[in-house]
Every structure is written in structure tokens, then in C-alpha cells.
Design a protein around this ligand. Structure first.
Ligand SMILES: C[S@@+](CC[C@H](N)C(=O)[O-])C[C@H]1O[C@@H](n2cnc3c(N)ncnc32)[C@H](O)[C@@H]1O
Length: 367
């Protein structure tokens, strides 16, 4: 009996020790769990405030841009080149020109996934340019899913001799998908080249191009280079349409150098405002806020060739692959003189050092 009560006492003592051990273990696990939860909460709070900060930054940028644009408009209401000058009042409003032709396909385009690439006004304008000038040979650089190609093809379907040639650097199978899906009947009027830059295809497409739409990289040298590539192949007084000519200050984006910073897409703005020719814009807007425009080239563009090359001389926002630089160099040698080539070589050499050897200066993956 004595022995039994001794055993019992022992058992109780042992289970007390076990309990103490277990509760220590338990305490350690709960403390660790609390600690982990605390860390997770801190991480979530940090992410939340970071995202919030970036959104606020983006909003501030947009508001800053909008108020700057408003100020500019008010201050310049009476100056020569801003807003609705007399010049613009006498222009034909190309966004209102035979809009019924575009309206026939408007809903189909709006329902397709590339509809955000251009606004409706931009597509109406593009349609108006084609209807007003009735170009025979049309070139498009920058196709993506093919919404702009569809607008052009629809606008030429009753113009028997007109044909659209389109080029896209990418060879992904979504390039031109909108045309292939929604406008199969327009395919006979369309030739699509993919997987390389424009200089690769220009000889095949040939001269006397009456109209070109350029909507490609947007960062420098982007559209400036594309324009110089097509220039020797354009007919006298050809129409050059450039898209996104107001992205230099207005549109936010994800970028390598700052999540959602301003977009800083300068190439279309620079080349559009430098091309020598008569300007057409959608009605009632100015070049600072308007995202598409057309130029009817002055005759004898040769005398401006050097000026266009000089536009390349700035700090590029990306450096094209060396194989493209070589391709462009060989192409330019056939179509431009030594002075142009010297400017080209100097600017390539400068930017090779500046951009290629400093990857953080590279804003765009030129695929
Ligand atoms: C803005 S999207 C074109 C959108 C199209 N114009 C529309 O409105 O539906 C730009 C396209 O240009 C192509 N691109 C970029 N750089 C190019 C280049 N140097 N030559 C040809 N295409 C280029 C891209 O692959 C992309 O598909």
C-alpha cells in the first residue's frame, strides 16, 4: 500500500515535469507563431503602404500633367500655334470624314481585345485620312492584334487598286489576329510581314507608298528611325500618320526605373512635329493633347534628310539589337549620302556607350 502511494506520488511528480516541459514547448511554439504572424502583418502593411504610395504618386503625376496642360491651353489661347487657330478652323476635320464607313465595323472593333490600342476618335481619324486621300499603296509599321489594320482595310475595301502592307517586329501569333478573325473577307487586300524591322521588307514592298501609319516602339529612337527607313520609299506628298504623338507627358506606365512612372514616350512626338508638311489633327485639339495626327509631305523631302537624321542624335531610350543596327546601317548606305551616314554612325556610337553599356538607361525590351 505504501509502495503504491509512493508510485502514485512519483507519477504525479513526473507528469508535473512533463507538463512543465510541454508547456515550455507550447509557449515557444505560440511565441514563434505570434512572431511569424507579426512579421507577416508587417510585410502586408509594408506592401500595402508601398502600393498606396505608388498609386498616389501615379495620381499626382496624372493630375500634375492635366493641370499643366490646362494652364498651357489657357495661357496660349491667343497664341499662334495653340488651340483652335484660324488655320485649324479651315482644315477639313478628318475625324468627321466619311465616318459612316468606320461606323459599319465600329462595334466589331470595340468588341475585340485590341480596341484599347487606339481610341474611337483616333480610328475615326485614321478612317477619315484614308477616305479623304484614297491612297493606293499603304504601309503600316506596328500592327499588334490588327485593330488599326482592320480600320484601314475596311476603309479601302471599295478602292479597287488600294492595298495595305503591314510590318510588325514581333512574330507572335496574335499579330494581326483581329483581321484574321473578324475581317477574313478583307485578307486579299492585305500583306503582313512579321519578325523583323521595316528595313528588311522595304525593297519587297517597293517605292511609291502613298500613305504610312507608324505606331511602333514609341521610345527613342523608335518612330524616328522607322520614318527615316520608309522616307525614300514614299511618293511625293505622301501622307504620314503617326499615332501616340502625345504620350510624352500624359500616360502613366510600369517602367523599369520606377513602377508606374510617367511614360516619357518621346519618339512619336518628336518626329511628328518635325516632319515638313501640312498638319492634320482631329478637330478642335492641339498637338500637346492629341494622340494622332497626319502630315502631307512637302515636296522635295531630300533637302530635309539631314535634319531628320539629326533628330536621332539625342539620348536614346533603348538600344536596338546589334543585328538590327547592322541591318539599318546597310539599308541606309543604299538610300542616304555620307553626311547622313556620319550623323547616324555618331549617334549609334554615342548611344551604344550611353544606353547599351548602362542597362538602366534602357527603357524598352526591343524584342
Ligand atoms: C502600339 S502597338 C500597335 C497597335 C496597332 N497599331 C493598333 O492600333 O491596333 C505596337 C506594335 O509595334 C510593334 N513594334 C515595335 N517596334 C517595332 C519596329 N521597330 N518595327 C515594327 N514593329 C514594331 C510591336 O511588336 C507592337 O505589336
Amino acid at each position: 500500500m505504501k509502495q503504491n502511494s509512493y508510485d502514485l506520488l512519483n507519477k504525479i511528480n513526473f507528469s508535473k515535469v512533463d507538463f512543465a516541459r510541454n508547456s515550455n514547448k507550447f509557449n515557444f511554439i505560440t511565441k514563434s507563431l505570434y512572431f511569424l504572424i507579426l512579421i507577416i502583418i508587417l510585410i502586408i502593411l509594408y506592401l500595402f503602404s508601398y502600393i498606396n504610395y505608388q498609386f498616389q504618386k501615379q495620381n499626382n503625376n496624372i493630375h500634375k500633367s492635366i493641370s499643366l496642360l490646362k494652364n498651357n491651353q489657357n495661357n496660349n489661347e491667343n497664341s499662334l500655334h495653340f488651340s483652335k487657330t484660324k488655320n485649324f478652323e479651315t482644315e477639313i476635320n478628318l475625324d468627321k470624314y466619311e465616318t459612316n464607313i468606320y461606323n459599319n465595323i465600329k462595334n466589331k472593333i470595340i468588341g475585340f481585345s485590341c480596341n484599347t490600342e487606339m481610341s474611337n476618335i483616333h480610328r475615326e481619324f485614321l478612317n477619315g485620312v484614308v477616305r479623304r486621300f484614297r491612297p493606293k499603296k499603304i504601309l503600316e509599321i506596328g500592327v499588334y492584334k490588327g485593330c488599326s489594320s482592320s480600320v484601314i482595310l475596311n476603309a479601302i475595301q471599295d478602292l479597287d487598286d488600294s492595298h495595305l502592307y503591314s510590318i510588325d517586329l514581333s512574330s507572335k501569333n496574335y499579330i494581326g489576329k483581329c483581321v484574321r478573325t473578324l475581317f477574313k473577307d478583307l485578307l486579299p487586300k492585305w500583306t503582313l510581314y512579321t519578325g523583323d524591322i521595316a528595313s528588311k521588307f522595304m525593297e519587297k514592298i517597293g517605292k511609291n507608298i502613298d500613305m504610312v501609319l507608324i505606331d511602333s516602339a514609341h521610345f527613342e529612337p523608335g518612330e524616328i528611325l522607322d520614318f527615316i527607313i520608309v522616307l525614300p520609299f514614299l511618293s511625293d506628298e505622301a501622307i504620314v500618320v503617326i499615332h501616340d504623338i502625345a504620350n510624352q507627358i500624359t500616360v502613366p506606365m510600369f517602367s523599369k526605373n520606377g513602377w508606374m512612372s510617367e511614360r516619357n514616350e518621346w519618339a512619336p512626338y518628336i518626329i511628328f512635329n518635325s516632319i515638313r508638311g501640312k498638319t492634320y489633327l482631329p478637330s478642335g485639339k492641339n498637338t500637346l493633347t492629341q494622340g494622332i495626327g497626319a502630315k502631307k509631305l512637302d515636296i522635295d523631302q531630300k533637302k530635309y534628310y539631314k535634319d531628320y537624321f539629326r533628330l536621332l542624335g539625342g539620348q536614346w531610350q533603348y538600344f536596338p539589337k546589334e543585328e538590327y543596327i547592322k541591318e539599318i546601317n546597310d539599308f541606309f548606305l543604299k538610300h542616304y549620302d555620307n553626311e547622313c551616314m556620319n550623323i547616324f554612325n555618331d549617334t549609334v556610337n554615342f548611344n551604344r556607350k550611353f544606353v547599351k553599356e548602362n542597362p538602366k538607361n534602357n527603357l524598352y525590351d526591343y524584342n
